[in-house]
Design a protein around this ligand. Structure first.
Ligand code: 5AD
Ligand code: SF4
Length: 443
């Protein structure tokens, strides 16, 4: 009999990308093989995001289009899970409006996905299985089918306790739960044996890793232990919260030769008053001081960030504070977002929402500045020799390979495919806004 095919479609952050690797692992354990062609698929699973309205709108659009696919192929199994379905009453809404969806799962019950896929056909109506509370222990041992052969994601914790007032994540991902130190080390060692060279540790707030464990472990101590795993060449982590980033962590990044000099440190807004209303628990001055400490202690470090424009009550002066932080820190890259009200969060109920006509021009001004600064920072790399981990063939130009610097900058260069997975030195010849071009330095 012909093999059955599956396709996983992913929206959202790296955590979701990694969870899709687990969804793929589960589908493969049931005998499905991957396909990129929706017409060939017997199983399509949407792994969704709800952090901004835009992400949700795209999923709804996709759900709508799946209807005709299902009409042509009634045996097709359609499942939807992830952050969007975990929102209050959302699963019931989807089941009602899109009855051709076969099953709906949430963020806390991936371990039940096998059963849902297996039972989908016989059920007769949409199976809805959302586990409400996010306090349960992390389920270990799910199969994982990783997309990449050089770099791997490793989740070290789930959930978030911070309740920034704009953010839906604590509601859909539950409270912070750390994986045990032993499980993480075992997974990273296993990846080294499989030939992986780079590991990125994932969590909504990695700086508070381990505080909830029976025997608490500090994140910097975990990094120091992972630095000893033979075969792994590079370690990265994301995301850091400025209120929790410790001196110990700065020194762990400085001391550990495998830990890359790159810190993603979202600041969200420059104005201390807006930060207070966001419940971020730091001031503009504290953020600037922290960025200064990091730059002083870790030579050549790159700092990247997330910034939000148009939080309720943001005045022109508040926005100027955001621009001021960008000018002072000079981020290597910044992800910029328009504030998007999320159902059930405190900020969505705040009175002074900023109209689109005001927040959008601010967003464009911010984008202009962040892009100008990133381009200037990239331009400084011209003529420098940097170490790259070669990741694969360039997506834009099949004649070239790409790799990343320790500071996470993408570099395109001409080279032989047998360099994939290796560390090499490249001289930067042509910096561009988003990436760099270079040539191999022969020793
Ligand atoms: N609106 C806009 N951006 C948001 N983010 C989180 N919640 C919202 C929201 N409601 C952004 C933050 C966060 C990033 C992952 O998404 O900047 O750091
Ligand atoms: Fe959301 Fe804040 Fe938690 Fe990040 S730290 S996931 S922005 S609540």
């Amino acid at each position: 009999m012909d093999k059955k095919h599956y396709k996983v479609e992913t929206w959202g952050c790296q955590m979701n990308v990694h969870e899709s690797e687990k969804i793929a692992g589960i589908a493969q354990s049931l005998g499905y093989v991957p396909t990129d062609d929706e017409k060939e698929a017997d199983l399509i699973i949407l792994n969704t995001c709800c952090v901004r309205e835009h992400a949700e709108a795209k999923v709804y659009g996709r759900l709508g289009r799946l209807k005709s696919l299902k009409r042509k192929n009634p045996d097709l199994i359609i499942g939807i899970g992830g952050c969007m379905t975990q929102q209050k009453d959302e699963a019931q809404h989807i089941a009602k409006r899109y009855p051709y969806v076969d099953f709906i799962f949430g963020t806390h019950n991936l371990h039940k996905l096998s059963e849902m896929i297996a039972n989908a056909k016989g059920a007769g109506s949409t199976i809805v299985d959302i586990q409400e509370d996010g306090y349960g222990k992390i389920v270990e041992g799910l199969p994982v089918e990783r997309d990449d052969r050089v770099k791997a994601w490793v989740s070290i914790m789930q959930g978030c306790n911070n309740f920034c007032t704009y953010c839906i994540v604590p509601y859909v991902r539950g409270r912070e739960r750390s994986r045990s130190r032993e499980e993480i080390i075992k997974e990273v060692r296993g990846l080294a044996v499989q030939g992986y060279k780079e590991v990125t540790l994932l969590g909504q707030n990695v700086n508070s890793y381990g505080k909830d464990l029976e025997k608490p472990v500090d994140f910097s101590a975990l990094l120091r232990e992972l630095n000893e795993v033979e075969g792994i060449e590079r370690l990265r982590f994301t995301t850091s919260h400025p209120k929790d980033l410790s001196e110990d962590l700065i020194f762990a990044v400085k001391d550990c030769e495998k830990v890359c000099e790159h810190i993603h440190l979202p600041f969200q807004a420059g104005s201390t008053e807006i930060l207070r209303r966001m419940n971020r628990k730091y001031t503009k001055e504290q953020y600037l001081a922290l960025a200064g400490r990091i730059k002083k202690e870790i030579p050549g470090v790159s700092i990247t960030t997330d910034i939000m424009v148009g939080f309720p009550g943001e005045t022109e002066d508040d926005f100027e504070d955001t621009l001021d932080v960008v000018r002072k820190v000079r981020f290597d890259a910044a992800f910029t977002f328009l504030y998007s009200p999320r159902r059930g969060t405190p900020a969505a109920k705040m009175k002074d929402q900023v109209p689109y006509g005001i927040k959008h021009p601010r967003f464009l001004r911010l984008l202009d500045l962040t892009q100008k600064i990133s381009a200037e920072e990239n331009a400084k790399m011209k003529g420098k020799t940097v170490e790259l981990l070669v990741e694969g063939v360039s997506k834009n130009d099949p004649a070239r390979l790409t790799g990343r610097t320790r500071t996470n900058k993408l570099v395109h260069f001409t080279g032989d495919a047998n360099l994939i997975g290796k560390l090499i030195n490249v001289k930067v010849t042509e910096p561009r806004n988003w990436s760099l071009y270079g040539e191999i330095v022969r020793n």
